[in-house]
Design a protein around this ligand. Structure first.
Ligand SMILES: Cc1cc2nc3c(=O)[nH]c(=O)nc-3n(C[C@H](O)[C@H](O)[C@H](O)COP(=O)(O)OP(=O)(O)OC[C@H]3O[C@@H](n4cnc5c(N)ncnc54)[C@H](O)[C@@H]3O)c2cc1C
Length: 424
């Protein structure tokens, strides 16, 4: 009997950890990508977009167009929204299929990075909390690559303590009028819509007075201002909201029930960040060590081995979280374990990238190995470690909700929001 699985492994099409079902799906997904695109190389703009400190508007415009085209291509070939029910335009498939598909996508020049918030966070939240009309209106344009979404949660005074947010939404007939400021909003300068949390009741404790809105970013009063990061790239923004009118039908979930809706978004975000990594894998570090002739260095060998072990542990942690989803559960607090490990991995990999290069690690741009991509990863690691909830906050969640340790003292949890002492 011919062992198809072994033959596919030899051909490099499958992975050791694949079940026969996963292996077959991987071959199918790879055949799709091979038919519509080419494999990534060191020099293609797709692979290097996030690694380059390039703020040229043309580069950004090409990135937006490329992401939209790629997502449309995926949709037109029947691969979009793998876990999304067919009635909303998806494939009605399983979470493991989504994971295998993404792993294969990462090898090819089919870049859908700008749809990460839309597909990884907004669609799952709409599926759980949306009305039928909201699901019908918003999901399909995301799957087709037509509408990009951003997340408008953090504020200058509310990041880790998101429930302390003070952007205010006041009801006016069939509309809500919103005033306030959001910050660190990834991709908001390219977005058509935003998921927004705002305070609708100051008389109740802070977690209970929040409402979740679907905001059209083209509404008058929405002012998006890009912020330049340490890497030199303006990837995220400040968003000022001045007398922004949102129709009542754009409330997601119940008025005052926004905190619960936001939890669905945040758990999906942690899961996405934890399982996505930073785009550079163990193979890139090993190759760099070989290219630079340092594989005999005992310190580098140890650091590479540790990197390999971390990579494997994170892979299986991710698979565990996916298995919970496969069993019909929502991602839970264990996603904090995935996010924390992915965070620490990116920090240690930042060091590893510079260790391997030695003095060459001080170079940048075209003078540096692979155009300074590893230097950019080093400087950019803090984005990964803060975004989606900082390491300290993940540790708090793990302590309290996974290990059942006593909670932090939070005297402001039960006070009406208006009575909580605030700065200035
Ligand atoms: C790359 C990136 C992308 C982002 N994208 C978005 C986005 O698209 N949309 C959006 O809304 N937001 C986004 N954010 C914002 C992100 O969610 C916040 O930065 C994060 O929640 C931390 O909030 P903060 O920056 O206000 O820090 P703070 O909450 O002020 O924290 C400052 C420090 O205090 C520590 N700390 C705070 N509270 C505690 C506590 N209780 N116990 C222990 N330590 C504590 C923190 O760990 C941190 O070290 C992004 C951030 C980054 C870096």
């Amino acid at each position: 009997m011919v062992d198809n699985n072994a033959a596919m492994k030899r051909a490099g099409a499958t992975r050791d950890e694949d079940s026969p079902e996963e292996a077959a799906f991987r071959v199918e997904a790879r055949a799709f990508f091979e038919s519509v695109s080419v494999r990534r190389t060191d020099d293609d703009e797709t692979g290097n977009y996030f690694a380059m400190a390039d703020n040229d508007p043309g580069t950004h415009a090409r990135h937006v167009a490329r992401c939209k085209d790629s997502q449309r291509l995926i949709y037109e070939n029947g691969w979009a929204g793998i876990t999304v029910p067919t009635e909303y335009g998806g494939r009605g498939g399983a979470a493991w299929q989504e994971r295998v598909f993404r792993q294969e996508q990462a090898r090819f020049t089919v870049d859908t990075g700008l749809f990460a918030v839309s597909l990884g966070m907004v669609v799952p939240t709409l599926l759980v909390h949306g009305t039928e009309a909201q699901k019908q209106r918003y999901i399909l344009p995301m799957l087709r690559g037509e509408e990009i979404w951003c997340q408008l949660f953090s504020e200058p005074g509310a990041g880790s303590d998101l429930a302390g947010l003070s952007t205010r939404a006041i009801r006016d007939g069939d509309e809500w009028v919103v005033n306030g400021q959001k910050v660190w909003n990834s991709g908001a300068h390219h977005a058509d819509f935003g998921i927004l949390v705002a305070r609708t009741d100051v008389e109740v404790p802070k977690h209970r007075g929040i409402t979740y809105f679907l905001l059209d970013m083209h509404t008058p009063g929405v002012d998006v201002r890009p912020l330049r990061q340490a890497t030199g790239v303006a990837h995220f923004n400040e968003v000022f909201l001045t007398d922004v009118h949102i129709p009542h039908e754009n409330v997601l979930g119940e008025v005052g029930g926004g905190w619960g809706v936001a939890q669905t978004t945040l758990m999906n975000e942690r899961n996405m960040i934890g399982s996505g990594g930073m785009g550079i894998g163990f193979g890139d570090y090993l190759r760099m060590a070989r290219d630079l002739g340092v594989t005999e260095d005992p310190q580098i060998r140890q650091a590479l081995a540790a990197c390999f072990v971390r990579t494997e542990v994170i892979k299986y942690l991710g698979a565990r979280a996916q298995a919970a989803v496969r069993a019909g559960k929502q991602p839970g607090p264990e996603t904090s374990v995935v996010k924390l490990n992915a965070s620490l991995h990116s920090a240690l990999n930042g060091d590893l990238g510079l260790l391997i290069q030695g003095a060459g690690g001080m170079l940048t741009g075209s003078d540096a190995y692979r155009r300074g991509m590893f230097q950019q990863m080093f400087v950019g690691q803090w984005g990964m470690r803060i975004g989606g909830g900082t390491e300290q906050i993940q540790r708090n969640v793990i302590g309290e909700r996974v290990l059942g340790l006593p909670g932090e003292a939070r005297p402001d949890k039960t006070l009406p929001f208006k009575d909580i002492p605030k700065n200035g």
